[in-house]
Design a protein around this ligand. Structure first.
Ligand code: PA5
Length: 490
């Protein structure tokens, strides 16, 4: 079996020089922290209690058994037999992994062509924005009698998802009548949140209404694709067991203490050096594959929410040895690389100009695919393109981009997938999750919370009159209104 490879030649001084590239002494300097981070992280991952309380349970997701896969499959089969369309509602970690999976593992134009769907329902994503046009257009054009809705929200409180559900509920009620709830399935926290409350109320009236699948404890939103995304994968006909196998193979590599054999640790360590010592604060993620663009979008969220932190992590150890993590208010760090997703070759005619000649503050991660499932040959006899394959040109374009960056002393690395398949996609996901968790350790931040997202939520809740907001939050918003001086608006 071929492996996913991580090529970091062009991050090193031997390729791009010591000013911008990582030197052996940079690595030496970090080696103690790498060892400590490995011991700390794997120690916690081995403890069921720590995994639950510190949100590390995602590391166990690929170990879910056949029984669970069978249950999800039979539910998907039941839905697919009755409905032509599925609308999946969710945002952030309750959306990006699903979209990434669909784009990577279903045929291009899956929704458009019946032959490509092989009898499966079309799958649309909504509730990931408050743009009034998209949901409106979708509902105007979907047949409500042929539509099933999956609503995903871990907290059950998220405004975007909640608003979309309310609109869809009214639409279904109007068109299919009182039993509309039988066309809705919720994936949410098993005990808390207003979506859970709604599920319980609807279920009390009719057990076939608002059926639900639970979220596992200790799995944060952006690390939850292999939990909340399973029904979606089954609906799209993706082989879940192969995803797990690929993730497990990667897990084995990524738990190794040997840096030279651990791609996730190496990726995290090199990026930490490039960020902290060489000023590479922008992370460009550039798959050379249309199908993997949404996976880059998923990674953007993973990196941004996990590592973009104001405060350092404070570890508190209780008498029984268990850890609790707090934000250390006395240590403002404001860290985190800024991720930007783009795609080759499309963005070679866009952001690449800045990558090559703009500020040298970026590290590029290429994602390459060795073998495409289907290729395309260019016809004609005399042109330099004649007889060439698309995949060959794509490969050449990636190599050329890597070369051009190296010539300008710009660091890049290349992750190569032997092919895009459930096995390798599962591996890629796990690789990025593990690398992000490890980078969090090296940076000394909590990679599993997202307190910064709360700011806008609180402001919205305040303006919407949500009851129960903390007094301090209300005071902060009241005392610090947005300044809109008309002199500065032209
Ligand atoms: O990673 C996270 O936890 C977040 O991005 C959430 O997934 C996102 O905010 C959506 O939250 P919820 O699933 O509670 O609606």
């Amino acid at each position: 079996m071929q492996k996913i490879t991580f090529d970091f030649n062009n991050m090193l001084d031997h390729s791009i020089g010591g000013l911008h590239g990582v030197t052996p002494s940079d690595m030496q300097e970090l080696s103690g922290r790498i060892k400590d981070a490995h011991e700390h992280l794997t120690g916690l991952m081995a403890s069921p209690v720590a995994r639950k309380t510190l949100s590390l349970e995602w590391v166990e997701l690929p170990l879910q058994g056949e029984k669970m896969i069978d249950e999800v499959r039979s539910l998907a089969k039941e839905i697919a037999a009755k409905f032509d369309n599925v609308v999946s509602l969710g945002i952030g970690g309750s959306y990006l992994g699903l979209k990434a999976a669909q784009d990577a593992l279903c045929a291009p134009y899956y929704n458009e062509f019946k032959a490509l769907r092989k009898g499966r329902p079309r799958i649309y994503f909504e509730g990931n924005n408050l743009d009034p046009e998209t949901l409106r257009a979708l509902l105007k054009n979907l047949d409500p009698k042929k539509t099933f809705v999956i609503v995903i929200s871990k907290s059950g409180e998220t405004t975007e998802t909640k608003a979309a559900l309310m609109v869809i509920e009214a639409w279904l009620k109007k068109h299919v009548g009182a039993k509309f709830g039988r066309r809705i399935l919720a994936i949410t926290d098993p005990t808390s949140g207003s979506l859970r409350k709604k599920v319980d109320q609807e279920q009390a009236k009719d057990t076939l209404s608002f059926r639900s699948l639970p979220l596992l404890k200790g799995v944060g939103g952006r690390f939850s694709e292999l939990n909340i995304g399973l029904l979606h994968l089954a609906l799209a006909g993706v082989d879940i067991a192969r995803i797990f196998e690929g993730a497990l193979a990667m897990r084995e590599r990524c738990l190794s203490p040997d840096l030279a054999g651990n791609p996730a640790y190496m990726y995290a360590a090199l990026h930490t050096i490039l960020y902290r010592k060489k000023g590479k604060s922008i992370a460009i993620v550039m798959p050379f594959s249309e199908a993997l663009k949404s996976t880059a979008d998923w990674y953007v969220q993973l990196l941004a929410e996990s590592l973009g932190k104001k405060y350092a992590r404070k570890i508190e150890i209780a008498n029984d040895g268990t850890e609790a993590w707090r934000a250390d208010a006395s240590k403002v760090v404001n860290v985190g690389r800024t991720p930007v997703a783009c795609r080759g070759t499309n963005d070679l005619h866009s952001i690449q100009q800045n990558n090559i000649e703009g500020e040298n503050n970026k590290a590029v991660t290429f994602i390459r695919v060795k073998k495409f499932a289907r290729d395309l040959k260019i016809p004609g006899g005399k042109d330099i393109l004649s007889g060439r394959s698309y995949s060959g040109l794509l490969e050449l374009a990636q190599e050329a981009t890597e070369w051009a960056l190296a010539r300008e002393s710009r660091p890049s690395c290349t992750i190569t997938l032997p092919e895009i398949s459930p096995y390798y996609w599962g591996g890629l996901l796990f690789f990025f999750e593990m690398a992000t968790a490890f980078e969090g350790e090296l940076l000394g931040v909590n990679a599993f919370d997202q307190p910064g997202v709360e700011g806008y939520k609180h402001y919205m809740y305040f303006k919407l009159g949500k009851p129960g907001l903390p007094e301090a939050t209300i005071k902060e918003i009241k005392d610090n209104p947005l300044i809109k001086d008309q002199r500065y608006i032209l």
